[in-house]
Design a protein around this ligand. Sequence first.
Ligand code: NAD
Ligand code: 0WE
Length: 258
Amino acid sequence: MIDMKGKVAVILGVANKRSIAYSIAERLAAAGATLVLCYQSERLKREAEDLLASLGQTGTARAIQMDVSEDAQIDAAFAEIAAAFPVIHTVVHSVAFAPADAIKNDFLLTKRADFALAHDVSVYSLIAVARAAAPLMTEGGSLLTLTYFGSQVVFPNYNVMGVAKAALEATVRYLAASLGPKNIRVNAISAGPIKTLAARGIGDFATILDKVTERAPLHRNVEQVEVGNTALFLSSELASGITGEITYVDCGFNITGI
Ligand code: NAD
Ligand code: 0WE
């Protein structure tokens, strides 16, 4: 069993119980970690507090607002975290956004502003969060983000998010090099398609899930808890030699040619 007792995990991107970040929170909590759940907006405050309670997180655990598109909110959130915890050990970045039009329309029509927003929220935020978190990770630690295979090959409609995920994966490698001397490891999990809020409204999502069942070596889709388990491993001492890596948790879909 992986023991995370005495470790503090800061988790960004929990919107509801279906969020990949919620599953990660669940596994880290079960291993004994103390959680800080960060939510995007005031509207999600109550939900985040309820989710903390449902995870049995009492005492020092807390929910804090952090819209990653605002430097001031990142700074304020980490100031609050620093006031509550002298040391943090794990940060999970499970955040992405692109305007709906940009992941629906022809890629050729991608607007400058939509490209910038997608990269700001989905990529730059990892750098900003890493910079704010690093001074608190004085015992070394782990930074984790979520990516998708659409960074490597074309999926219809993934569009600017695919470009942003390619940049995110490169960012993982550059951050790993930058933070390695502080013994902070930086990795990504490339998850297979999962029906979450971020997948809702994506037209042919059911088709994507069916194709995975047909083609993936395990002939099924991945479950949230499998991503949570891998996140727990990568956050733990068991993964002390792994940094700058993209770990696929996709039932093997990415290795198939046809
Ligand atoms: P989700 O909608 O539950 O999570 C996305 C989160 O991003 C939400 O909590 C939302 O509040 C947050 N967010 C968006 N803009 C933000 C901002 N400005 N500041 C702070 N938070 C912001 O969906 P999910 O599927 O759990 O997505 C989590 C991550 O997993 C994303 O990076 C996504 O690209 C990635 N991913 C998802 C899948 C999938 O099929 N669901 C597959 C691979 C990777
Ligand atoms: O990264 C994602 C989706 C992230 C996402 C989702 C939305 C929907 C609502 C980012 N921005 C928005 N903006 C919105 O307005 N995934 C990996 C899930 C996903 O999205 C796809 C996929 C998969 C898988 C889009 C097309 C094809 C496959």
